[in-house]
Design a protein. Structure first.
Length: 117
C-alpha cells in the first residue's frame, strides 16, 4: 500500500517532533522535558485516531541512530513541501514510518534495497 502526502496537521506534528528531537540532540531539552512535551502534544492530537509515538523516536536518538544534520534536512523539507517524499522513488513515505523516524528520506522499500546493497 503506497503512502500519501502528509496533511497539514501531520506536517505540524512532525515539525514539532523534529524540533523536539533537535533540542534533545543539541542538549537544549532534557529527555524528561521532551517526554512531557510529547505527552502534551499526543493529548492534543487524535483527530484521525492516531497518537504520535515520540517516545519511540527518543529511543532511536538515544541509540545514536540520528544526527542533527538529518533532522535539519527534514525540517528543510517541511519548509519546501517535499517532506514525506522518498528521495529515491519519489513516492510518499508511509505515515507509520515517518512517525517512527520523522527524518526518514527513503520509503521502506528503497531503504531495504539500499541496505541489501
Ligand atoms: Zn522509495
Amino acid at each position: 500500500m503506497p503512502g500519501r502526502k502528509p496533511s497539514k496537521t501531520d506536517l505540524k506534528a512532525f515539525e514539532e517532533q523534529l524540533r523536539l528531537m533537535l533540542g534533545v540532540l543539541r542538549g537544549d531539552v532534557s529527555h524528561l522535558e521532551a517526554e512531557s512535551i510529547s505527552q502534551a502534544s499526543a493529548d492534543r492530537q487524535g483527530d484521525d485516531g492516531d497518537s504520535y509515538s515520540l517516545e519511540l523516536s527518543l529511543e532511536l536518538l538515544q541509540r545514536g541512530g540520528s544526527t542533527v544534520g538529518d533532522i535539519l534536512d527534514a525540517l528543510g523539507r517541511i519548509q519546501d513541501g517535499s517532506f514525506g517524499r522518498c528521495d529515491s522513488c519519489d513516492g510518499w513515505i508511509r505515515k507509520e514510518r515517518l512517525q517512527a523516524i520523522p527524518y526518514a528520506s527513503y520509503c521502506i522499500e528503497c531503504q531495504r534495497q539500499a541496505e541489501a546493497g
